[in-house]
Design a protein around this ligand. Structure first.
Ligand SMILES: Nc1ncnc2c1ncn2[C@@H]1O[C@H](COP(=O)(O)OP(=O)(O)OP(=O)(O)O)[C@@H](O)[C@H]1O
Length: 295
């Protein structure tokens, strides 16, 4: 049985009358957990609560055996936490090296040589060594994102929270990110939110599907994909308007749901399980549903 490093119990958070987290319960163990959910589902709000930058209205968090409601314990959690927020604020006139050095100082790496080593390693891990002296304002969006990923792992935190880490990365850098995460996740707890179901399939040992303030699914990516077995189809002709359908590179039509006439069964992917799950789960009226956009 997995040893849990993070436990969430009866967590709730509202903005005014809008309940974004609704009595949430789940546990996380070491390794990578992906949080999937449609736009506005509350992923960022949940991650901000886990990162101790937003206080929930009710419920308990246990983060690495510590209680963030107790000031001294919250400080210890923050010392051991790496966080990539959705809008990482970085100083445009700092170089990449200066920015990471600044974060390293905040992370209490007081020895200069140790800091230089940690910064150089972090830059190399995200393929930015050759841009160490480049000012942040001159970086592309993807390079900026890589720098933000680097700062989250600086000082080897035990708990890492990444809000949409692969946004803006090109395919090569996404692969590099996957390698980095798989190397880094063995002895730490990593939770990331994403819209990329293929990142979840490639990276995560566990996935939570989150919508309307609650967890619709918790399990492995394989289990999520299995959810769609027998409901994913490939046909040579368009299957009709009732199906979530798209055309593949080979010119076939891939659809999920009821079997279209003449269609053959296809191997389900995480995305299929995710889309079917959202479709079948009762939906609050005010949450945007990605199935709706497919139709
Ligand atoms: N500070 C705030 N004040 C009021 N409402 C907020 C605030 N932050 C978020 N919300 C609302 O809470 C809901 C959840 O937002 P959140 O950013 O947590 O969702 P998300 O799942 O991360 O979305 P996305 O995938 O689009 O980034 C949304 O309806 C959003 O408009």
């Amino acid at each position: 049985m997995a040893k849990y490093t993070v436990s969430v119990r009866k967590l709730s958070k509202s903005y005014g009358t809008h309940k974004v987290i609704n009595g949430l319960d789940f546990d996380l163990a070491m390794g990578v957990t992906g949080v999937l959910g449609p736009n506005g589902a509350g992923k960022t709000t949940l991650l901000r609560c886990l990162a101790t930058v937003l206080r929930a209205d009710a419920g308990q968090l246990d983060l690495l055996g510590l209680n963030p409601d107790i000031t001294s314990e919250r400080t210890r959690i923050r010392r051991n936490l790496g966080y990539l927020p959705q809008d990482p604020g970085m100083y445009p006139n700092f170089t990449c090296q200066e920015m990471l050095d600044y974060i390293a100082v905040l992370r209490e790496i007081s020895n200069k040589e140790e800091r230089e080593e940690a910064v150089a390693r972090a830059l190399a891990e995200v393929d930015l060594s050759s841009s160490a002296g480049t000012k942040i304002r001159k970086l592309s969006g993807g390079m900026r994102q890589r720098l933000a990923i680097a700062q989250a792992f600086l000082a080897d935190p035990g708990f890492v929270i990444l809000d949409e880490p692969t946004v803006g990365l090109d395919p090569e850098q996404r692969m590099r990110f996957r390698t980095l995460i798989s190397q880094k996740s063995e002895q730490r707890t990593v939770v990331l939110s994403t819209h990329q179901t293929d990142d979840v399939a490639a990276l995560c040992s566990r996935v939570l599907v989150y919508r309307d303030g609650r967890v619709l699914f918790a399990g492995t990516p394989q289990e999520l994909a299995e959810h769609a077995r027998g409901r994913v189809w490939v046909s040579e002709r368009p299957p009709g308007r009732q199906h979530a359908m798209w055309r593949t590179a080979s010119g076939d039509y891939r659809s999920i749901g009821e079997r279209p006439p003449g269609a053959r069964a296809a191997e389900p992917a995480v995305e299929d399980g995710y889309l079917l799950l959202l479709e079948s789960a009762p939906k609050a009226a005010d949450t945007e549903n990605s199935i709706g956009r497919l139709r």
